[in-house]
Ligand binder design. Sequence first.
Ligand code: AMP
Length: 453
Amino acid sequence: MNTFEDFKIKSQLQNAIADLGFDKPTPIQQESFSPILSGTDFVGIAQTGTGKTIAYLLPILQDLKYSDQINPRVLILAPTRELVIQIVEQIEKLTQYISIRVVGVFGGTNNINPQKVAVAQGADIIVGTPRRLYDIAISKVLSLKSIKKLVIDEVDIMLDFGYKTQLKNIFELMPIKRQNILFSATMTDYVDELTSDFLITPIRKTISISGTPLNNISQECFEAPNFYTKANLLNHLLEDKEEFSKVLIFVGTKVDADRLYETLNFEDESSVIHAGKEQNHRTKSIEKFESGKSRILIATDVVSRGIDIEKISTVISFDTPFYPENYIHRIGRTGRANQQGRAILLCSEKEIELREAIEGLMKYSIPVNEFPEEVEITSRLTPEEEYKPTNEPELSEKNTSIKVGASFHEKKAKNKKVNAERKSYNKILKEKFKKPLRRGDKIQNMKKKNKKR
Ligand code: AMP
């Protein structure tokens, strides 16, 4: 099963694949084709970027005969609007030479009525987000009684979003006798539970185990103490428009995403998307980024799920994600379909433990870069960084844990634009802690010093 010819798919599909310019099937495509075509339940663990969408679409389309019946025979559920659109697009590309009707339904600001009209006209495949799909199904416009194959894409995210009840409600509207196909980037307890509750002796295929990033992505890290120093660093790095030709920057919160957009020097070349922005704005921003009109896209984790944009040169994690898997998802946006990708992590001292968790998951230490001399390290803090719970001890010479705002790695003196008090504090710290030989040593040093006291 090393070539698409080995799949023995119908010539119309073969031609569509050729039009897409795919030379050979990706590993997940090789592993999934026969089991899915055989009709058994199937669980695929594969990251975004591995070609998983085509992996389930090909055998499904191979098996789907022409029909003019109104009720759909295939249902594909996906967690986000963006992913629904992307799946519909992939189906349209693959079915250029066959007569297959596909309809996508999703919520948000989109009016339900046009979607109901489209569904009522009949479809072979329905792709939808669970809530909107369920709303349409209970309005009686859509009957799921003819569903023969159910695909749930990005199951882990789906369950993360709390869609479990919606999924169960949808299951009840479908015939029990059907093929279930699940795809997930990670295997979580929830996914396992769903699998054992609803699937019958499924075949499981794992392409890259949870936490294994694609090996065509180079990873690196810069240590920077706070938001504005990280922003200064980005302003410096992003000057190189050739190296950073298409950059996706992940930011943990909506507030920080907007703040970064305003702080960066590249307003004309960047756009920002997060759940607080209207759907229209999000779509336009993604289109601008996709077409190359904007070079930089700032996004939060949730909305970025399902974005499938080719040739992202660099993924920057502006913060270190709390869930290590999110880091893997983030960097999976670059280096797609065997292209070379670059992933840069910005990490403050507070985030070192999070980085270590990521490294533990990947079984890989992210190399730390020298902080560029010419970039200003500032002690300016965002309101969130300034906020200290009242029971947190004040920064003092007695308390050796360095708070946000202080540089935690050694810098050239000229880099430091800190006030006199902070400067002397840093000096004291430097005397106490030598430059760390390895990552984590500083923390160990601090722990030891604290113990001695
Ligand atoms: P996915 O993992 O489904 O999000 O797919 C990631 C990207 O890989 C999409 O842009 C696909 O068009 C592309 N792709 C899928 N299959 C292949 C293939 N066999 N060869 C090259 N690119 C592919």
